[in-house]
Design a protein around this ligand. Structure first.
Ligand SMILES: Nc1ccn([C@@H]2O[C@H](COP(=O)(O)OP(=O)(O)OP(=O)(O)O)[C@@H](O)[C@H]2O)c(=O)n1
Ligand SMILES: C[C@](O)(CO)[C@H](O)COP(=O)(O)O
Length: 225
């Protein structure tokens, strides 16, 4: 089955607070985005990538793409106001039946093992969403105070969120809803059940300065082993 990865790098990184959006910050000498692109290129030789960039950073993105292992397999498009709009723009570049991975550029510690597991699970059941169990105790705030949550029933959701192209493209014909924080929430609104598979604790979303330190350390350990 043909494979496409839509790598969303169209955000501005407000929580990171750097002048340059976090997807362009260096991590062991290469931009965060470069790491994500190269891992997907490595996953299969027949996988093509659509990278979604902020309009003001297309030139920067082109320079990063040029330094990857296979620039010819990467197409560039521009992002939108929210993650939903960026994903929607990326999906318009796909015109054939395929398995589609939607991945946060800033989850740059993704492994080919997780990508392969998402593919197999999506091929079988139509979609695959990586998730991990929380390691903290959880409470929910209510009108009358707060109460303990049963954390064994809660999952932390990751990317790549993986679907048959016809399912995700149909889902993104629905108008934007502010409750759409990921692709699973958009597909679920069509009434399609979401399949969770085991994610990876190291598949962190670079969000705050601490995450860059953590990612540096994890990559350093990976390079050593
Ligand atoms: N309009 C947007 C917003 C987000 N993203 C991408 O979606 C991924 C996850 O989003 P997040 O971590 O929230 O990134 P930002 O929106 O950039 O960060 P912040 O919310 O701190 O501003 C990132 O790779 C980001 O570039 C995108 O392509 N287009
Ligand atoms: C898609 C996602 O990475 C799953 O954890 C997450 O929902 C993105 O949310 P953000 O608030 O835009 O970072």
């Amino acid at each position: 089955m043909k494979k496409y990865a839509v790598i969303v790098a169209g955000g501005s990184g407000l929580r990171m607070g750097t002048a340059v959006p976090k997807q362009f910050l260096p991590l062991r000498g290469k931009p965060v985005l470069w790491h994500s692109l190269n891992t997907f290129l490595k996953a299969w030789p027949d996988l093509d990538i659509i990278v979604v960039l902020p309009p003001d950073y297309v030139r920067t993105g082109e320079e990063i793409v040029a330094t990857t292992t296979n620039p010819a397999r990467i197409r560039i498009t521009v992002g939108g106001e929210t993650r939903y709009h960026s994903v929607k723009n990326g999906l318009t570049c796909i015109n054939e039946t395929s398995i589609v991975f939607v991945h946060d550029a800033v989850r740059c510690l993704i492994t080919t093992n997780l990508i392969h597991r998402c593919y197999e699970a999506a091929l079988e059941k139509g979609n695959a969403i990586p998730a991990i169990q929380p390691i903290d105790t959880l409470r929910i705030e209510t009108a009358n105070g707060n109460h303990l949550l049963d954390r064994s029933q809660v999952r932390i959701i990751q990317t790549p969120q993986t679907f048959y192209s016809n399912i995700i493209q149909k889902a993104f014909e629905q108008p934007y809803d502010p409750s759409f924080t990921d692709e699973a929430s958009v597909v679920e609104k069509l009434g399609i059940p979401i399949q969770l598979i085991e994610g990876e604790a190291s598949n962190i979303k670079i969000t705050r300065p601490l995450d860059i330190l953590l990612a540096e350390k994890i990559l350093e350990e990976n390079d050593r082993s």
